[in-house]
Design a binder for this molecule. Structure first.
Ligand code: SAM
Length: 292
C-alpha cells in the first residue's frame, strides 16, 4: 500500500510538484489527516461489493481510501487542473474513474447505470465544496437515484440544521427537506486544523441513510414543501400568521387556513419549529384543497 496522499508532507510535496494553487471560489480545502479519512470511510460502512460516488476528489485524499474499501469509485471533479495530478496520485489504484464535470450538471442516474452495473449498493461519500453543499445534497435526494445513502463532510452549522429535531432552534425547512428522504445524524465534528488551507468555519460529517419510503405520505410533495417553507418564513411568528402572509391570497383565505389547522389537529398559535414531519404532512394535505 502506498503512503497516504493526505499526510501533510505528501500533500505539500504534490502541491509543489504541480505548482498547484487553491481556488477559494471552488471550496478547495483539502484534508491532511489520514485518521479523519479512515473514520469517514468507516461511517460509510463500504464493502468490496459496493460502489462509491465522490464529489470533488481534490488531489485524491479521500478517493484512495474509498478505492481501498469499495469495489469501484466514481468521482466528479470540476477543476481540470486537478486531472493530471489525480492521474499521478491515484495511479496505484485500478478501480477509480474520474469524471471532469460540475456535479450539479451531471446526469447522475445514467452514470450510476453505466458505471455501477453489478454493484450491490452505491454510497455517496465526500468532503463537499462548502459553497454548494445544499444544492448537491438536494440533487442526490430529489432525483430518485438508486443510492443507499450519503456520508459527507460539510459546514457544522449546516449539519446542525439538517439533523435538527422539532423544537430545537436549528430545526427548519432544510431539516424537513432532508429528513423527508433520509434518517439524518451527525457522526463526527471536525476541527479546522485538519484542512489545508484551513476553512473559516467548523466542519462536521453527517450520515444520511435513504428511507425506504418518505417520512410521511402526502397528496402533493411540491405543495408539502411550499407549506414547510412558508411555515418558517419568520421563525417568531405563529404558524397561522406565517401561512396567511406567505400563501397566495392567504389573508383572504384565513378562515380556510384555520379550518385546515383544526382538521390537522394543530393549534394555530404554535410555531413552525414545534411541528413534526407527520404534522406538516397532515397540515399540507388539509390545506391542499383550498390552494389547488
Ligand atoms: N476530497 C478532497 C479532500 O477531501 O481533500 C477535496 C475536497 S474540497 C473541500 C472540494 C473539491 O470539490 C475540490 O476539489 C473542488 O475543486 C471540487 N468542486 C468544487 N465544486 C465542484 C462541483 N460543482 N462539481 C464537482 N467538483 C467540485
Amino acid at each position: 500500500m502506498s503512503k497516504d496522499i493526505a499526510t501533510p508532507i505528501r500533500t505539500k510535496e504534490i502541491m509543489k510538484k504541480y505548482g498547484f494553487s487553491f481556488k477559494k471560489s471552488l471550496g478547495q480545502n483539502f484534508l491532511i489527516d489520514p485518521n479523519i479519512l479512515h473514520n469517514i470511510v468507516d461511517h460509510a460502512g463500504l464493502t468490496k461489493e459496493q460502489g462509491a460516488i465522490e464529489i470533488g476528489p481534490g488531489i485524491g485524499a479521500l478517493t484512495e481510501h474509498l478505492a481501498r474499501a469499495s469495489k469501484k469509485v466514481v468521482s466528479f471533479e470540476i477543476d481540470q487542473r486537478l486531472l493530471p495530478i489525480l492521474e499521478d496520485t491515484l495511479s496505484p489504484y485500478d478501480n477509480i474513474k474520474i469524471l471532469q464535470s460540475d456535479v450539479l450538471k451531471a446526469n447522475i442516474g445514467s452514470v450510476i447505470e453505466e458505471e455501477f452495473a453489478g454493484t450491490e449498493d452505491v454510497m455517496v461519500v465526500a468532503n463537499l465544496p462548502y459553497y454548494v453543499t445544499t444544492p448537491i445534497i438536494l440533487k442526490f435526494l430529489t432525483e430518485n437515484l438508486p443510492i443507499k445513502g450519503l456520508v459527507i463532510m460539510l459546514q457544522k452549522e449546516v449539519a446542525d440544521r439538517i439533523a435538527a429535531a422539532p423544537g430545537s432552534k436549528n430545526y427548519g425547512s432544510l431539516s424537513i427537506a432532508i429528513q423527508y428522504y433520509t434518517e439524518a445524524a451527525t457522526v463526527m465534528t471536525v476541527p479546522k486544523t485538519v484542512f489545508m488551507p484551513q476553512p473559516n468555519v467548523d466542519s462536521a460529517v453527517i450520515k444520511l441513510m435513504k428511507r425506504a419510503k418518505p417520512a410521511v405520505e402526502v397528496k402533493d410533495e411540491e405543495f408539502f414543501f411550499v407549506i414547510t417553507r412558508s411555515s418558517f418564513s419568520q421563525r417568531r411568528k405563529t404558524i397561522l400568521n406565517n401561512l396567511t402572509s406567505q400563501l397566495p391570497e392567504g389573508k383572504a383565505k384565513k378562515e380556510s387556513i384555520l379550518s385546515a389547522l383544526e382538521e390537522a389537529n394543530i393549534d394555530p398559535t404554535r410555531r413552525g419549529e414545534s411541528l413534526s414531519i407527520p404534522e406538516f404532512g397532515a397540515l399540507a394535505d388539509a390545506l391542499y384543497p383550498y390552494f389547488n
